[in-house]
Design a protein around this ligand. Structure first.
Ligand code: GDP
Ligand code: MG
Length: 354
């Protein structure tokens, strides 16, 4: 397990130079998260959504106790609160400190899951949004809570949902406060929400309907929600299995950017042709080299090599090209090759039995 994390860290270092920015961020986040999470093998559940949708009420209903202040006393919940089963609390302390989480409550939870009541995502403070985004990257299963008014909020769809589809399998969507809808409205709103999520890119959005804190009677739908959460937690798996799955997933994401471009063979051909053309048709030879650089740069965008060849006829142009352009291109492709070797090593380690 430590070996996997070390390899992953080395891959992060080597790929900073050449991976596209979004892929690099994802890779670095994954590595950081797995390091932060290594002391705790269980599954982290986060409740996310906008102010007043019912996150805190749902958390209370799930643990069957008032652990999180409902809206009336804390109109916008700006600080995350975690509910941790006593048995694992000490193992998580360091992680909470790293994440700046101070509100920690020890309670038994269904399936001994760790539950995080996230700050409201519609908070005006950029700091809160950033904290939600940071937390979302370390959470395994996100329970996204919405209500009959806010479910079509464009900010939620544009700023969060669209960007989250990379992790689509780890989401449970909750339509809360369904006590405020009649049967016909409930069917319509649920369908509408599912449609909007599909449009965002979720292929099979799972929507659970609840009333966490209805004006009369006990909560509705909370058992179904707990069941849905436990099923997702089971699918994510715990400990090393979860870590392996995440590493496989990130390797799959960055894989295409590490593909070899077959430089040596192609270079031999291009260089030989340019050298042959050099004296008779220097212009054509140049064009050939420029086209080759362009084609390579398309496949390996990290390359920033321009053509620098003598304008005067040169003896032994083949060797000259090798020691100038050829060397620059080979150097430019080296970080990718190093990352590819590390990715291969990781894949090998992952294929071994645990
Ligand atoms: N009618 C109704 N009100 C609810 C329900 N769930 C929560 N509320 C109320 O909505 C308000 C906001 O709830 P809260 O849990 O604090 O939302 P949060 O901001 O997402 O944490 C509170 O006054 C709750 O009592 C529900 O299912 N039905
Ligand atoms: Mg709240």
């Amino acid at each position: 397990m430590i070996q996997l994390l070390d390899l992953l860290d080395r891959l992060v270092s080597s790929s900073a130079e050449h991976l596209p920015a979004d892929q690099f961020t994802l890779l670095a986040q994954t590595a950081k998260k797995l390091r932060q999470r290594r002391a705790y093998s269980g599954v982290l559940i986060g409740l996310a959504g906008s102010t007043g949708s019912g996150k805190s009420s749902l958390l209370n209903a799930i643990v069957d106790e008032q652990v999180s202040d409902p809206g009336a006393t804390r109109p916008t919940t700006s600080r995350p609160l975690v509910v941790v089963p006593p048995g694992v609390a000490s193992r998580l302390e360091r992680m909470w400190a790293e994440l700046d989480i101070e509100d920690i409550v020890q309670r038994e939870t269904p399936g001994s899951l760790v539950l995080v009541d996230l700050p409201d995502v519609d908070s005006v403070a950029a700091d809160h949004r950033r904290q939600v985004n940071d937390l979302l990257t370390i959470i395994d299963v996100v329970v996204w809570v919405t209500d009959p008014e806010k479910y079509r909020d464009r900010i939620m769809h544009d700023q969060f949902f669209r960007r989250l589809i990379a992790h689509e399998h780890s989401y449970v969507f909750v339509l809360n406060q369904v006590d405020r809808l009649d049967q016909a409205e409930l069917a319509m709103v649920t369908e509408d929400l599912e449609w909007a999520l599909r449009r965002d890119g979720f292929s099979e959005p799972e929507v659970v309907t609840t009333a966490a804190d209805p004006p009369a009677g006990p909560p509705v739908g909370v058992e179904d929600l707990v069941e849905a959460i436990l099923a997702k937690a089971e699918a994510v798996g715990s400990g090393e299995k979860r870590m392996r799955t995440e590493i496989k997933r990130i390797l799959g994401t960055i894989g295409p950017s590490l593909a070899p471009v077959g430089f040596s063979d192609r270079w031999d051909v291009v260089r030989a042709r340019a050298a042959a053309d050099w004296e008779r048709e220097p212009h054509a030879a140049r064009q050939e080299l420029v086209a080759f650089i362009a084609a390579l740069s398309e496949e390996a965008p990290e390359l920033s090599v321009s053509l620098d060849v003598p304008s005067e006829p040169t003896a032994d142009i083949g060797r000259h090209l090798d020691s100038t352009l050829g060397r620059a291109l080979r150097e430019g492709l080296r970080p990718r090759a190093r990352s590819r070797a590390l990715a291969t090593e990781l894949e090998l380690a992952l294929s071994e039995e645990i």
